[in-house]
Design a protein around this ligand. Sequence first.
Ligand SMILES: [Zn+2]
Length: 272
Amino acid sequence: MRALTSVAALCLLAASASAAAQGAAAEVTLTRMECGTSGDPTEVNQRFSDIFAYPGLKLQFVYSCYLIKHGADYMVWDTGFNEKAGPRAPKAKLVDQLAQVNVKPEQVKFVGISHYHGDHIGQAGSFPQATLLIGKGDWDGLNAPKPPPGIDPSSFAHWISGGGKVESVPTDKDVFGDGSVVMIATPGHTPGHHSLLVKLAETGPVILSGDFVHFRENYETVGAPWFNFDRAQTLASIDRVKKLEANLKGKVIIQHDARDVSKLPAFPAAAK
Ligand SMILES: [Zn+2]
């Protein structure tokens, strides 16, 4: 009996020690960067609403990408355009922006990709040592004998050839295993599209959109652009994020919407 009791006590001790280790939660910060050059404001009624909901509305689109620091680890979320993108090419490379905040490319443990479009994947190849996290539907498309129209897998050549670690994500993915940074399945824009939930201590939960919507009006009035992969999935994903945002008392940041991106501190400052 005494032996049993002391075993039980030991188990309790072990449990509380591991709880204490987990209790010292890793600090999480979020830094926004520019990974493409904006053009003139875009007339959104034609291409970005399949019900012509926004006559006359012109919006400033931007190309944002993000650095997430989790304790001593780093993750990059989306990698924008690369230097081959003509007038939309970034003014400064992602690796040069990271250098300004003293992060070397080899320190980036994860590259998370919202979806396989060229304005989100262009600089992925700068992080060959990172584990690539990408939705299964998109990863399958990139690896298909004939990728979907307009999709260029070359940014992922290193991983497609088997040279790097990749995890294709069928549903949600808790990146660091503590619930603080979670890829949220939001398909519709593309088959394997994801958004990213980042729980910040001071700012509160932030949901980086990817392109589940492109601008605030499409989020608020549940709109879909013509070119999305699946309209019904698009609407379901908007519904999911709205409920997630309400339940977590979070804040959605729409990555292409200049009005939304400016809610986060300007580079090199980080949201905490
Ligand atoms: Zn897109």
